[in-house]
Design a protein around this ligand. Structure first.
Ligand SMILES: Cc1ncc(COP(=O)(O)O)c(C=O)c1O
Length: 391
């Protein structure tokens, strides 16, 4: 008999009832060190006192009003995002998938408003993940995500990730947009080289193509910069944000330049819940904390410490691990086996990790994880690795 909850997830047999910083406490009282952070969501850990105070304070005032009215909390978060990024304007969503939908619509609408409505093709990349809506699966195009869900939305072409020759050959002055994650998360913590991102920007400029960056997983301080593309010193025209921006409250956003957003006039897009006062109040608090240069510098320092210890772990288990991947606290252990066994062995050592494609074990801790917890994490990963080696 089918379970009352639609069985679309492969769930581990553990449930959590509360959390404290980098620790998640299960219903049986077991404390797990959380290196998944709800898949890169809980950037400030569990039950962060500032976020709890902000959420409960806002909950006592007003939760929801509708975008029929001005929403001061939304305007404040938009101000913070615009002040701290390339963007001139922001639309709020409830998730990364909704951000992907709008990014696609915005790019196509731009060309429509430019009098070029046939300019619809969006170039995307293998290993990409932009969400599970019909548009987002068509964009990513992997067999696993699209099988049985056709007909797919047309107008996407997938290229090999990081293959600049393929991009040069595919892009033209009829390409609507290039849509790419600076660091693929689900795809296995695969990092686009800064030089490649600069080259993509230059190609887009040359052909007039819009550049859409999906920073749903890599954004909000995870790499040690507010957004990963900042390392390359170039900016997108449109950017998708979600996950960390709400610190655990469902929130997403599309950021754009005034030019790229030119087609999105009143009536072209909307959302009942997107930009609600609760989510935006929390989002502003997250931004206040995470966008602080001192906080970001600390992420960079902790990432250096973690990475160094992980290199030691890889060296200690050469039969299991190949390399450390990623940037900042968006880290991956490239494995010589499917990472599922390591995730399972991690449960026995009370540590939470996340599997990804390309045989990669993802480590996405809260950005404020302590040095002590980083050391503890590596001790537990070492034990989990030994357990897998011993079969
Ligand atoms: C890069 C990227 N884009 C989009 C999404 C979809 O976000 P959501 O699950 O919030 O809809 C994800 C989720 O994992 C993601 O990692």
């Amino acid at each position: 008999m089918i379970s009352h909850v639609l069985p679309t997830y492969n769930r581990a047999p553990v449930a959590f009832e509360r959390g404290e910083g980098s620790w998640a406490i299960a219903t049986d009282g077991t404390r797990y060190l959380d290196l998944g952070a709800g898949i890169a969501v809980n950037v400030l850990g569990h039950a962060n006192p500032d976020l709890v105070a902000t959420l409960t304070g806002q909950a006592g005032r007003i939760w929801h009003v509708s975008n029929l009215y001005r929403i001061p909390e939304q305007e404040r978060l938009a101000d913070l995002l615009v002040e701290n990024t390339f963007a001139d304007t922001v639309f709020f969503t409830n998730s990364g998938t909704e951000a992907a939908e709008l990014a696609i619509k915005m790019a196509r609408k731009y060309w429509d408003s430019e009098g070029d409505p046939e300019r619809v093709e969006i170039l995307t990349f293998d290993g990409a993940f932009h969400g599970r809506s019909t548009g987002a699966i068509a964009a990513a195009g992997s067999e696993k995500m699209v099988k049985g869900f056709g007909p797919l939305m047309p107008g996407f072409r997938q290229l090999p990730f990081g293959d600049m020759a393929a991009l040069h050959a595919a892009i033209s002055d009829t390409t609507c947009a290039v849509m790419i994650e600076p660091i693929q998360g689900e795809g296995g913590i695969r990092t686009l080289a800064d030089d490649d991102l600069r080259e993509i920007r230059a190609l887009c400029d040359k052909t007039g193509t819009l550049l859409i960056l999906d920073e749903v997983q890599s954004g909000m301080g995870r790499t040690g910069r507010l957004f990963a593309h900042e390392f390359a010193g170039v900016a997108p025209d449109i950017m998708m944000v979600a996950k960390g921006i709400g610190g655990g409250f469902p929130l997403g956003a599309v950021l754009a330049t005034e030019k790229a957003a030119a087609g999105m006039v009143a009536g072209t897009h909307g959302s009942t819940y997107g930009g609600n006062p609760l989510g935006c109040a929390v989002g502003s608090k997250v931004m206040e904390i995470v966008a602080d240069p001192a906080f970001l510098a600390e992420v960079g320092r902790k990432a250096g410490l973690f990475r160094q210890k992980l290199e030691g772990l890889v060296a200690a288990h050469p039969n299991l691990f190949e390399a450390v991947r990623g940037q900042g606290l968006m880290l991956g252990l490239k494995c010589k086996i499917a990472p599922g066994d390591l995730v399972k062995a991690g449960y026995d050592q009370q540590i939470l990790t996340v599997a990804a494609a390309d045989n990669t074990l993802r480590l996405l801790p809260p950005l404020n994880i302590s040095d002590e917890d980083i050391s503890e994490a590596v001790v537990r990963l070492d034990r989990a690795a030994s357990a897998v080696e011993q079969g």
